[in-house]
Design a protein. Structure first.
Ligand code: NAD
Length: 453
């Protein structure tokens, strides 16, 4: 059933959300709501995902707060008309770009970082002067409930509103003509959202997932590589869109890398990781069963055990994995680390290129030529060299996928442009008027040719 959004449209059309002072006041309000609810957020994340307090604070609370601070301190600059030079064909005039809010934005978010991935697009919507509806995931129940309470009790719901529910609710919302849809989730659902958006020709941002490869070559600092790969993989128990999905390890360093990865796991989570308080569980039984199905016993060189009662799966290293293995067919989104040995980098590059374009790619090497070659030859959304996940954390870099891993970019200036209409304005002088452009053209072409050559 269609969910009515007319009142939100009405508020947007009143222009109330557009001024600098309104945007700043709403960003301040959001900041305070997050601050007041820190403990509730930590508790909800623990309930939904078994997230530790530290990870909850760093990856969700601190991340949201820093995003608000960033947009607050850059808002004036981003809202300024941007002067550009004027081409001689339209001289004399002034030319500039105005960034105007698009209108009502629908934000659809996933369960893996339920606050950060709902609130970050909301911060953008506020900063750009838009109104927004957030449709969080029905899987992260406690977080969705809290989001609903935090937002709906504090903001004018004709301005910002959380609408909770599953597929039916999303469909009810999508019957409306939104001015932008910002979707974060799986590629499969992204495709459905894009089809629905096409009905109204609504612009979309699709922040999707996929398999993000890691390449560790023979020149890499192996201990450091192991530490940074394991950290990136096991954060949120591997349920991170840009988590390193699988590792291509040069044959000459592969065994050393596996040994270092095992030492790292022990250093992080001791001998029995699934008992460790900082080691997270999988979100639900459906995902738990999906992930354990991917563990081929004969490939396990570390881990491989799990506990259905706690929904925890051991950090699991799978050696000598091939492209035909089940674990290589789809995004893992869990704590399994397949290792694919290689000898020939060309083959690795071709294999990655034969698959879907990754959201992220990680290279561990000290060879500048290899960095350059991979960046030049392989298409992917973004990446980090000699570490994992770091490119997401720099506001000066655009974040997003390409092809199957997404459409559109956000973060920093790029996010501001994503939710704005870049309106082109030419302000023409009335002081004089070049008569050559007007008919009748007889006798004018030779002068025009002189001017336009
Ligand atoms: P999902 O696609 O199943 O769900 C995302 C949202 O879509 C939820 O709000 C859900 O209610 C809604 N939804 C689900 N099925 C729908 C349907 N048939 N019609 C309309 N709406 C529907 O994704 P998820 O399982 O919540 O999240 C995991 C996925 O998200 C992974 O693939 C991961 O890589 C990706 N992800 C991407 C990013 C990114 O920034 N690129 C960030 C986090 C997660």
């Amino acid at each position: 059933m269609k969910i009515n959004i007319e009142n939100i449209k009405k508020l947007f059309n009143s222009n109330a959300t557009k001024s600098y002072s309104y945007r700043v006041a709403m960003l301040d309000k959001l900041y305070n709501i997050i601050k007041q609810n820190e403990q509730e957020i930590i508790d909800a994340l623990n309930d939904d995902l078994g997230k530790s307090e530290t990870e909850a604070y760093i990856t969700e609370i601190a991340a949201m707060k820093s995003e608000i601070k960033y947009y607050k301190s850059n808002l004036k600059k981003f809202m300024q008309p941007e002067r550009v030079s004027t081409t001689k064909t339209i001289f004399p005039a002034k030319s500039y770009i105005l960034r105007e809010p698009k209108g009502v934005v629908l934000i659809i978010s996933p369960w893996n970082y339920p606050f950060y991935l709902s609130i970050t697009p909301l911060i953008l919507a506020i900063a750009t002067g838009n109104c927004a509806i957030i449709k969080p995931s029905e899987i992260s129940k406690k977080s969705t409930l809290l989001l609903e309470k935090m937002i709906n009790e504090s903001f004018d719901n004709n301005y910002i509103k959380v609408v909770s529910g599953g597929v039916e609710t999303t469909n009810g919302l999508l019957e409306n003509r939104f001015d932008h849809i910002f979707f974060t989730g799986s590629t499969t659902v992204g495709r459905i959202i894009m089809q629905k958006a096409a009905t109204h020709l609504t612009p979309i941002t699709l922040e999707l997932g996929g398999k993000s490869p890691v390449i560790v070559d023979h020149t890499a600092d192996i201990k450091l590589a192991a530490k940074r790969i394991v950290w990136g993989k096991l954060l949120n128990a591997g349920q991170t869109c840009i988590a390193p999905d699988y590792v291509y390890a040069h044959l000459s360093i592969k065994d050393e890398l596996i040994k270092a990865m095992i030492s790292t796991i022990h250093a992080f989570y001791l001998e029995n990781p699934i008992e460790h308080i900082d080691y997270q569980r999988v979100v639900n039984e459906k995902h738990f069963n999906r992930i354990i199905e991917l563990i081929k016993k004969e490939n396990v060189v570390y881990g491989g055990n799990y506990d259905i009662n706690t929904l925890k799966i051991e950090p699991t290293i799978l050696d000598n994995v091939t492209l035909d293995d089940k674990v290589m067919q789809d995004e893992i989104f869990g704590p399994l680390m397949p290792i694919l040995p290689y000898n020939d980098l060309t083959e690795v590059i071709n294999n990655i290129k034969n698959g879907e374009k990754p959201l992220s790619l990680y290279i561990f090497t000290n060879d500048e030529a290899i960095k350059k070659r991979i960046n030049n030859e392989v298409s992917f959304g973004g990446g980090t060299i000699n570490d994992t996940l770091q490119h997401l954390l720099n506001d000066n870099l655009p974040f997003g996928g390409i092809g199957n891993s997404g459409i559109g970019k956000y973060h920093g200036r790029f996010g501001f442009d994503e939710l704005s209409n870049l309106k082109s304005i030419v302000d023409k002088s009335t002081k004089f008027d070049i008569f050559l452009r007007y008919p009748p053209y007889k006798g004018k072409l030779k002068f025009l040719k002189l001017f336009l050559k």
